[in-house]
Design a protein around this ligand. Structure first.
Ligand SMILES: Cc1cc2nc3c(=O)[nH]c(=O)nc-3n(C[C@H](O)[C@H](O)[C@H](O)COP(=O)(O)OP(=O)(O)OC[C@H]3O[C@@H](n4cnc5c(N)ncnc54)[C@H](O)[C@@H]3O)c2cc1C
Length: 458
């Protein structure tokens, strides 16, 4: 029997892969999407959506569950989360089918630059996009390997383990204070868990603007989350209540459980790519501006190409760009180095960032000014008792062009869209300050921060 022939085969059905497949199908390509586990990938099943669902269902800071029955509340939240994930997966699967994407269940292996093997079938294609995602990173030196979820009565786990946790721990050490560590710290604290958030680098959210990270850190401390920065984990040893974690500064923390949230690393399996000779560097697939690997008709997108932020919307934008390039079409969208990728943290208060901080701009030799506005002076924030926070706008000194926006405060994850749009359109602080922002809204902090930049440019 002749092998199935496609214009494009995509390996991996997460945001990078399904967006690539949908984009190709919209352009009338014959496309197959191969998924080893479940359509939706990490984002839908183990990442963005489950965590946001649990955060939404969690007791709020002002009104914890009456009677403090956090265990029952936790189980109900998990049930709701599973229902939401299932509904979203059904919707996504339907959308892919309706678009004409052939869904192939099973693990795909690239047999050659023009063929993919799934089970006993060989699928032929003009081009391939790899979008196999990432897996949690570990700290083997501190005895934190990656087999946690396969152990019974596990104590040390990764974010996957904690999403399906049966019983809430009394205390929790979170190792790593990136977005995932901070969101879990917020979540667990709201369920009454004693939380210690430890970060080896000098600040939590190490990739973010320092003042923004400090604002969140202060808020966490006020709520009783213990934040330890600038000290790495030495190791963990069993003790009566679970484990005793010791740190390089000589301090220790005794805890029921440990969540390792030290980032994620690209999922690149030798046997999956054995049929092609693609370049790998620092554990990530090397791609050019158009997400093309060292093999011309083979592309890679999403978490597997690494980068400072491994994010679902980055994977989606890359998937769209790669699919169009693979089909020989020019894209109107930006290429790899010019894509503006916002990053959000769904804690309380929320954090969001896009572009460069003042320190990053200076390190690149750019002359810039930074304008700030505090939520304390914002009518909506005060009226709704969310007056904690700050917004910062960074602009080029000569032109006033906005090159970065950083927010910690209410609705930050929504406000960042306006900032990203302004930056995508090469907007200036005069454009931002000259825009009429509805009153009373928290978005007015962006206008005030832009005005503060303008004052410095005069
Ligand atoms: C706890 C947590 C919270 C997060 N929160 C956010 C957030 O709020 N916002 C955000 O933007 N990002 C968030 N992320 C990151 C986001 O989930 C990832 O950046 C995103 O899922 C990456 O998409 P991807 O398509 O590259 O890979 P993935 O989503 O990992 O999908 C890869 C898919 O490939 C499949 N696969 C692997 N190998 C093969 C093979 N050989 N054949 C076939 N299929 C294969 C896998 O089964 C998987 O379904 C979070 C991540 C975690 C862990």
């Amino acid at each position: 029997m002749a092998a199935e022939r496609y214009n494009l085969i995509v390996l991996g059905g997460g945001p990078g892969g399904y967006t690539a497949a949908l984009t190709a199908a919209r352009h009338k390509a014959r496309v197959a999407l191969v998924e080893a586990q479940a359509i939706g990938g990490t984002c839908l099943h183990w990442g963005c959506i489950p965590v946001k669902s649990l955060l939404h269902s969690a007791p709020t800071l002002d009104s914890p569950t009456p009677g403090g029955d956090w265990g029952t509340h936790w189980k109900a939240s998990q049930k709701r989360m599973r229902e939401q994930v299932s509904a979203l997966m059904q919707g996504l699967t339907k959308t892919l089918k309706q678009a004409g994407v052939a869904l192939v269940e099973g693990k795909g292996y690239v047999a050659s630059p023009n063929s993919v093997r799934v089970g006993g079938a060989l699928l032929e294609t003009d081009a391939i996009i790899l979008a196999t995602g990432s897996k949690p990173a570990t700290i083997p030196a501190a005895g934190l390997g990656d087999e946690s979820s396969s152990l019974e009565n596990w104590v040390v786990g990764n974010s996957n383990d904690f999403l399906s946790l049966d019983d809430l721990p009394k205390s929790l050490l979170i190792v790593g204070a990136g977005a995932i560590g901070c969101e879990f710290a917020d979540l667990m604290k709201r369920y009454g868990v004693e939380v210690c958030l430890a970060e080896m680098l000098p600040q939590i959210l190490p990739h973010f603007d320092m003042q923004i990270a400090q604002t969140l850190s202060r808020s966490f401390k006020k709520r009783g989350i213990e934040v330890r920065t600038g000290t790495g984990l030495n190791g963990i040893t069993p003790d009566r209540s679970g484990v005793l974690a010791t740190f390089q500064d000589g301090s220790s923390f005794s805890t029921d459980r440990v969540l390792v949230a030290v980032g994620r690393k690209p999922r690149i399996e030798d046997e999956v790519i054995a049929g092609v000779n693609i370049e790998i560097s620092d554990g990530a697939v090397v791609v050019n501006e158009h997400f093309q690997t060292s093999v011309p008709n083979l592309f890679a997108v999403g978490d597997m190409i690494g980068g400072a932020y491994l994010l679902a919307h980055a994977a989606e934008a890359q998937g769209e760009h790669a699919a169009l390039t693979a089909l020989g079409m020019t894209t109107s969208g930006k290429s790899r180095s010019t894509m503006l990728i916002p990053a959000c943290v769904y804690t309380e208060p929320e954090v969001a960032t896009v572009g460069l901080s003042r320190d990053q701009a200076k390190a690149k030799g750019l002359e810039c000014v930074e304008g700030k506005a505090y939520y304390l002076a914002n009518g909506r924030a005060v009226a709704t008792e969310q007056a904690e926070g700050v917004a910062k706008v960074v602009a080029q000194s000569k032109t006033g062009q906005v090159i970065g926006v950083h927010i910690c405060g209410a609705f930050a994850t929504e406000l960042i869209a306006a900032a990203t749009l302004a930056m995508n359109l090469n907007g200036t602080v005069a454009d931002m300050a000259g825009t009429v922002w509805a009153h009373p809204t928290c978005s007015e902090v962006l206008k005030q921060a832009a005005l503060s930049c303008l004052d410095q440019l005069k």
